[in-house]
Design a protein around this ligand. Sequence first.
Ligand SMILES: [Fe+2]
Ligand SMILES: [Fe+2]
Length: 245
Amino acid sequence: MTTLNREISSLRSFESVNAEPIDVLFAEHRITEQALNCLERMAERWSSPAGGDDLDWTAVHEAIVFFQTFVEDWHFRREEAYFAASGVRLESIEIHESGKCTFHDHQRCATHLRGLAEAVEVIASRSTAGQPDHLDPATPAREDDQQALRAEEQALQAEEIAAARRRFGEHARAYVDILLKHIENEEDFMYPIIVRDAPPQTKRAAAAVFRQVSRETIDAEKLNECLAAVGNLVERFVGSAKDST
Ligand SMILES: [Fe+2]
Ligand SMILES: [Fe+2]
């Protein structure tokens, strides 16, 4: 069994018991790390402005859906509800290179994921743009002029694609770096603060909030789609035959 399959089994086993929120969040981190590993490899392969491999649109789409749904819509939201109910302030342990704690990691991740998705849209639309529609073959211009305009337009499209590839890589790498460090901070600092400092009744109340928000948030069908998506990504970028640690 691969590492990913073990983590998915753990997560599924928590559905049938009232598992501690932190155990569920840990399992979600492990699955998220697998998807981040794949995103890092996508950035390596597809962000070169000079070209490189064509994007695998299915893989990119699966990655974006996974991070938007599993990570942002579910993990971040339920975690924030749990932290709030536990009395732990997210800002209290945020460590940024600037020394300021004004911008939360969850928001920084969301910004980079939006940027990444926008860059992918630009690459997709420019790659399929074809011939510029204002260059009508019936236009009574000299053929040389038409060809020059066409070449100019194609050069512009190539520049836009190169710039979008670069932005894709920048946002993907920033997203991976921020989220990996954030997961480490949560597991090393934030979760232990709750375990150590929150009174038992506060922990029980926070766990109830977490389960309630989970019921309101997670759609079983969508969850299956997300887990299948990360499975496909690992198979595509890491390989199914070996253990994907
Ligand atoms: Fe978080
Ligand atoms: Fe987390």
